[in-house]
Design a protein around this ligand. Structure first.
Ligand SMILES: Nc1ncnc2c1ncn2[C@@H]1O[C@H](COP(=O)(O)OP(=O)(O)OP(=O)(O)O)[C@@H](O)[C@H]1O
Ligand SMILES: O=C(O)[C@H](O)COP(=O)(O)O
Length: 409
C-alpha cells in the first residue's frame, strides 16, 4: 500500500511533465545505455497507452564533472528502447523549450536539456524554496500534472524532485513505485544465514553512514573501491590519497575521515578490509601496463589502486557463499577497465551462484552486470538506484517520496 498517488490515478489525455533518471556512465563523451533507460521506457510506454503528451525532465552528471553532458544522446537511446521518436530540445526552461512543449500533441515524447544546467536545481533545500525557483515556476504552468519516476534521485532535495509537487498534482511513475516498494520491503526481513554487505564505489557519503545504520542487521561489511581505501587509511595504511590528479580521496577524507576512524573502532569486528590491491604495472609512458597485485602492508602512497586483489576476492567470495543475504552498494574496483574488473565480476558471480537473497544497488554497479553478461535473474533484485537504495535499506526517508506523499495529502 503506497501513501502517494501513482500513474494509475491520472485521467487519460493529459499534458505531463515526467522526471526520469537516465544519469548514465559516460565513456569518452559517449553515453552508455544501461538499465535505467529500459526501466523508464516501460513507464513511458504505459503512459503513451493513455494518450498523454509527455515531456521528460532529467539530469546527467554534475557541473564540473566529465559526465556533465547534454542529454541529446539520451534522447536517441530512449527512442531506441521505445521504438519511436523522442524529440530533444537543447533548452530546459527558456523560450525554445516552452515552444517545443506547446507544440506537443497527444502521443508525442520530448526530452528537455539537462536540468542540472539550470540555476536553482541543485542546492539541496526545502520543497517550498525549490517550488519558488524559476525552473518550477515556469515549467509548472505548461502542464496538467507532474510524474516523478526518478527513484535514483529521490534522496536529493532538488527542484525537479521536490519543487513541482508543491505547486501541481503529483504522481509516482512505475519505476518510482516499484523500486520504493521493493527496496523498503527488504528492510527488516530475517534471513537464513549471516547477512553480508559489499560496499564499494566512489561515493563515500552514500556508503559510510550505512555501516552505522545497518550495524544491527548486517553481520559483516566487505569493503572495496574508494571507500575501502578510506577505511584502510583510517586503519593506518599508506593508502586512500589522491595521486595523479584524482579527486576522489582527500576531500572525502576531509569530510568523513573522523567518522571512518570512529566506525572502525566501534564496528571493526564486522568490517572486512582488502588485504591486497591491484594497480597498473609497467614503466611510466609505456601505455597500458598489466595488472599488478600488492599486499596492503607493502603499499605506498604514490600508486593508484583500482581493484581489490585475488586474496581479498577469495575471502569475500567465501563469505558470500555462506551468507543468507547479500546486499551490494558500489563496485569493489574500476570494472569498466577489464584489467580491474576481477573484484567486481568475481564477487557478483559468487553472489549470483550463492543460495541466498541478493540485492544489488548502484547505477554503475548494475551496469557491471550487463557489461560482463551476468544474468540479472540470478539476483533477487537489481536496483537501478544507488544512494536512494541504501537510504531505503537503512530506513532513512527520501525527500522525493515525502514530496509525493505531501502532495497526496
Ligand atoms: N579504487 C577505485 N578507484 C576509483 N574508482 C573506483 C574504484 N573502485 C571502484 N571505482 C568506481 O566506482 C564506480 C561506482 O561508484 P558509485 O559510487 O557511483 O557507485 P554506484 O552505487 O554503482 O552508483 P550510483 O550511486 O551513482 O547509482 C565504478 O564506476 C568504478 O569504476
Ligand atoms: O546516479 C545517481 O545516483 C543519481 O542519478 C543521483 O545522482 P547524484 O549522486 O549526482 O545526485
Amino acid at each position: 500500500m503506497t501513501t502517494f498517488q501513482t500513474i494509475d490515478d491520472i485521467e487519460p489525455g493529459q499534458r505531463l511533465l515526467v522526471r526520469i533518471d537516465v544519469n548514465a556512465p559516460v565513456d569518452d563523451g559517449v553515453v552508455q545505455d544501461d538499465r535505467r533507460f529500459a526501466r523508464h521506457a516501460e513507464t513511458i510506454r504505459e503512459l503513451l497507452t493513455d494518450d498523454h503528451a509527455i515531456t521528460l525532465l532529467a539530469h546527467q552528471g554534475r557541473p564540473g564533472r566529465e559526465t556533465f553532458v547534454s542529454l541529446a544522446q539520451h534522447a536517441e537511446i530512449l527512442a531506441d528502447h521505445l521504438d519511436r521518436p523522442v524529440d530533444f530540445v537543447p533548452d530546459t526552461v527558456g523560450e525554445q523549450a516552452r515552444a517545443a512543449i506547446e507544440d506537443l500533441e497527444s502521443g508525442d515524447v520530448l526530452l528537455l536539456e539537462n536540468v542540472r544546467m539550470c540555476d536553482g536545481e541543485l542546492p539541496e533545500e526545502e520543497p517550498a524554496v525549490k517550488a519558488d525557483t524559476d525552473l518550477v515556476g515556469t515549467l509548472a504552468d505548461e502542464f496538467d500534472a507532474y510524474v516523478n519516476d526518478a527513484y535514483p534521485t529521490a534522496h536529493r532535495s532538488h527542484a525537479s524532485i521536490v519543487g513541482f509537487p508543491v505547486v501541481m498534482d503529483a504522481y509516482a511513475g512505475r519505476v518510482m513505485e516499484q523500486e520504493y516498494t521493493a527496496n523498503t520491503a527488504v528492510r527488516g526481513r530475517s534471513f537464513d544465514g549471516p547477512v553480508t554487505m559489499i560496499l564499494g564505489g566512489t561515493k563515500a557519503e552514500d556508503v559510510i553512514p550505512v555501516v552505522e545504520r545497518l550495524a544491527e542487521e548486517v553481520d559483516r561489511f566487505c569493503l572495496g573501491g574508494v571507500v575501502g581505501e578510506l577505511f584502510l587509511r583510517a586503519s593506518g595504511h599508506d593508502l586512500g590519497y589522491d595521486v595523479d590528479g584524482t579527486e576522489l580521496f582527500d576531500h572525502q577524507w576531509a569530510d568523513h575521515g573522523e567518522t571512518v576512524e570512529r566506525l572502525l573502532s566501534e564496528y571493526g569486528e564486522k568490517i572486512a578490509l582488502p588485504t591486497d590491491l591491484a594497480s597498473e604495472g609497467g614503466a611510466e609512458g609505456e601505455g597500458e601496463g598489466p595488472r599488478v597485485e600488492t599486499p596492503v602492508d607493502e603499499i605506498t602512497k604514490e600508486t593508484s589502486y583500482l581493484d581489490v586483489g585475488s586474496e581479498t576476492i577469495e575471502r569475500y567470495t567465501d563469505l558470500v557463499a555462506e551468507s543468507g543475504a547479500v546486499y551490494v552498494k558500489g563496485a569493489p574496483g574500476v570494472f569498466e577497465d577489464e584489467r580491474f574488473a576481477d573484484g567486481t565480476v568475481e564477487i557478483l558471480s559468487a553472489i549470483a551462484d550463492a543460495d541466498c537473497v541478493s540485492v544489488v544497488g548502484g547505477g554503475d554497479t548494475a551496469h557491471a552486470i550487463e557489461l560482463y553478461d551476468l544474468a540479472a535473474d540470478d539476483f533477487t533484485r537489481v536496483s537501478i538506484a544507488g544512494g536512494a537504495y541504501v537510504r531505503a535499506l537503512t530506513g532513512e526517508s527520501l525527500p522525493g517520496i515525502e514530496a509525493l506523499e505531501e502532495a497526496a495529502r
